[in-house]
Design a protein around this ligand. Structure first.
Ligand code: HEC
Length: 126
């Protein structure tokens, strides 16, 4: 009888695991919306930006590297050689910034680990 209950319990655990795997909270999908509404006017929907004015995010080693500086750039904006990027810390919450950074790290042919809202919170606090 013990074996049977193990099998039954086991199938429940398996079923719960499958249900979770099928419905991942897909940050990158959520991030597409945030991107189109806030970032695409400059960096464009295809992530290529505009020569001289707005940097491309597609195939950009900075975007694909350490996620913390990317998060900090989005939170605080940046004034540089190409121009000024506005700060987003008062317009987007931690979840939205995590989503949009995850999106740009995985959109087009980009591929880099997603970032969690907790990391945005940590960088915001610094
Ligand atoms: C008004 C135009 C504008 C908007 C809107 C904008 N950016 Fe930018 N972004 C810029 C400019 C200009 C730079 C380059 C600043 C510089 O010269 O250092 C930049 C730089 C960046 C960088 C750093 C790229 C690198 O190679 O260093 C990232 C990442 C970035 N933007 C992401 C975003 C995200 C995500 C959003 C939307 C939440 C966004 N930007 C919205 C204009 C914009």
């Amino acid at each position: 009888m013990k074996i049977i209950s193990f099998i039954i319990l086991g199938s429940f655990v398996l079923a719960a695991g499958l249900a979770l795997a099928q419905a991942p909270p897909d940050l990158a999908t959520q991030g597409k919306k945030v991107y189109e509404e806030n970032c695409a006017p400059c960096h464009r929907s295809n992530g290529e930006g505009l020569p001289v004015k707005f940097p491309a995010l597609h195939k950009n080693p900075y975007v694909l590297g350490d996620p913390r500086p990317v998060i900090a750039t989005v939170l605080n904006g940046r004034k540089g050689e190409m121009g000024t990027m506005p700060a987003w810390k008062d317009k987007l919450d931690d979840g939205q910034i995590a989503a949009v950074v995850s999106y740009v790290r995985n959109a087009w042919t980009n591929k880099a680990p997603e970032v969690a809202p907790a990391m945005v919170k940590e960088v915001r606090g610094k």
